[in-house]
Design a protein around this ligand. Sequence first.
Ligand SMILES: [Zn+2]
Length: 243
Amino acid sequence: MSMKERILQLYKLNRIDRELHELISLKGDIPAKIEDLSSEKNQLDERANELRAELDDIMASESNVQTENDHLLEKIEKNDELLRSGAVKSNKEYDALAKEIDDATNKIKENEKAAKADNSARKSAIENELVLIAGQLEDVNVELEQNLKELDELSKQTGEEETELNEQRAELLKSIEPEDLSYYERISSVKYGEAVAVVRKGSCLGCYSSIPPQKTIEIRTADKFYACESCGRILIAEELITA
Ligand SMILES: [Zn+2]
C-alpha cells in the first residue's frame, strides 16, 4: 500500500470516528438532562405534598374549632335555660352557671379570632405557592417528556447507525497497518475523534494555523506522515481526498 493510500485510510477512519463520536456525545447530553428534570419534578411534588398536608391540618383544626364552638354554644344555651327556669336556688350555683356562660362566650370569641387571624394569611400563601408549583410542574413535565422522546428516537436511530459505523470501522481496520493505527489512536485520544486534519489553501483545517508553502507542497506529495506543528493532527492535502 502506498503512503498516499495509508494517509487516505486514516482519513476515512477519522470520518467514521467523528460520526461515532457525534452520535455518542449527542445522546450523552440527554440522559443527564432527564436526570436533572426528574429530580426537579420530585422536589416539586414533595413540596406540593407538604403544602397540601399543611392545608389539610389547617382545615382540620378549623373544623375542630367549629366543633368546640358548637359545644360551647350548647352549654351556654343549656345554662341560660337553667337560669331562666328558676330551678337554681342558691346564689353560689347561680354565679357558677353565669360564670360558665361568660367563659364559654369568651372562648368562642377567642377561637374565632385566632382561626381567622392565623389561618387566612397562611392559607392564601399556601394556595398561591401551589398554583406556582403546578405551573412549574407542567413546564418540567413537558420538557421531560420531550427529552424522553428524543432519547427514545435517538436510541433507535443511533443504534442502527452505530452498528453500521462500527462494521465499517472494523472493515477498514483490516487494511490499516498496526503502527499507523497506534499513531492515529494516540492523536485521536487527545483530539476526541479528530486526529486527521485537511490542508486547504495552506491552512490546517483542524486549528486554522497556516502552513508554509514548501510544507504544503510536501504534504501534497504525501511521501510520509506530516503532523500539524501547532495542533499535532495528521495532515492530508485536500487534493488527495477530492481526487
Ligand atoms: Zn493544526
